[in-house]
Design a protein around this ligand. Structure first.
Ligand code: DAH
Length: 317
């Protein structure tokens, strides 16, 4: 029977051939349909039914064969999705860059304006204007790289507070981030390291005093380290501040040196054309790579600058 023949076809070609022999120009069904007009009503109805049934059977078989072909193809092309793919290395921001971005965001939100200065400094901005004249013993506190023309590789970002006050006068609320250079190298000192400088000067009656300074820096540290930090304040000496303090922060059960600062020395204000009877304020400085070390629990400062990708990976970045 034709119905069985349709069901037994094995390929699309075979099916097409059979279809042509039934519904083609010279097909058996085609011929019968041409004679339809000579049939009585019942026979017509029967022919119509048969016609529709055959077409339906061809369609069904076609779908079956197509599916079988597809399944066979898929079975031959097994894909093992459990195989490891090529490892992909995704870059991230360097830990220093990451902490730098956080620091900038915090100070900016406190109303400090970011300023910059040159890494090659003249003697005036790096020392003299900071109340550190040539004979001053404090120059020995920092092992300076001197250039032949008498300029220096900036030893401290404090030079930028001088440039800022010369340019903007007072009141002023600025901070700066930059590289500084000193002849030293061990696990906690690199010859080039990042410093942050801050300066806030306002009218005397605004009373920007030492406790405002401590409060400001505590607020900063709490936000940067994402916890309430405990401070310890020690007296210190810097030519450009008076009084000068060093602030330690409690980390675990240890005290860590965090930052230095104090009330800006009247001579420094005077050197920048600001009247110390009218204005006062504080300044501070700290190493931002140190800050990143503490926050991310790293113990060798030099690793930050080696650019060793294995270290960067293992340090969790
Ligand atoms: N410039 C100092 C240093 O490099 C750090 C510092 C101390 C900066 C006191 C300040 C300050 O602005 O007031 O050791």
């Amino acid at each position: 029977m034709l119905q069985d023949k349709i069901k037994e076809t094995k390929s699309l070609e075979e099916l097409q051939e059979l279809y042509a022999s039934v519904f083609g120009k010279n097909g058996t069904m085609t011929a019968r349909l041409k004679e339809m007009k000579n049939l009585d009503n019942d026979a017509r109805a029967e022919l119509n039914r048969e016609n529709a049934e055959l077409r339906e059977l061809f369609k069904t078989r076609q779908t079956e064969i197509e599916e079988a072909v597809l399944n066979e193809m898929l079975a031959g092309q097994k894909l093992d999705v459990s195989l490891n793919s090529e490892p992909k290395n995704r870059g991230t921001l360097h830990p220093l860059t990451q902490s730098l971005k956080e620091i900038v965001a915090i100070f900016e939100s406190m109303g400090y304006t970011l300023m910059t200065g040159p890494e090659i400094e003249d003697d005036w901005h790096n020392f003299t204007a900071l109340n550190t004249p040539a004979y001053h013993p404090a120059r020995d506190m920092q092992d300076t790289f001197f250039l032949e023309n008498g300029n220096v590789m900036r030893t401290q970002t404090s030079a930028i507070q001088i440039r800022a006050m010369e340019k903007m006068g007072a009141p002023i609320k600025m901070f700066a981030i930059g590289k500084t250079y000193r002849k030293e190298m061990d696990a906690t000192h690199a010859p080039s390291f990042g410093q942050i400088e801050g300066l806030y000067i306002n009218k005397v009656e605004k009373n920007i005093n030492l406790s405002v300074f401590v409060g400001t820096l505590r607020a900063f540290a709490s936000r940067f380290f994402e916890r309430d930090v405990e401070f310890r304040i020690r007296p210190s000496y810097f030519p450009f501040t008076d009084p000068s303090v060093e602030i330690d922060m409690k980390w675990g059960n240890k005290w860590l040196e965090l930052l230095c600062g104090g009330m800006v020395h009247p001579n420094v204000l005077r050197n920048c054309g600001i009247d110390p009877n009218e204005y006062q304020g504080f300044a501070f400085g700290f190493g931002w790579d140190r800050l990143a070390m503490v926050k991310y629990g790293l113990n060798d400062l030099r690793a930050f600058y080696d650019g060793d990708v294995r270290w960067l990976k293992n340090s969790g970045f």
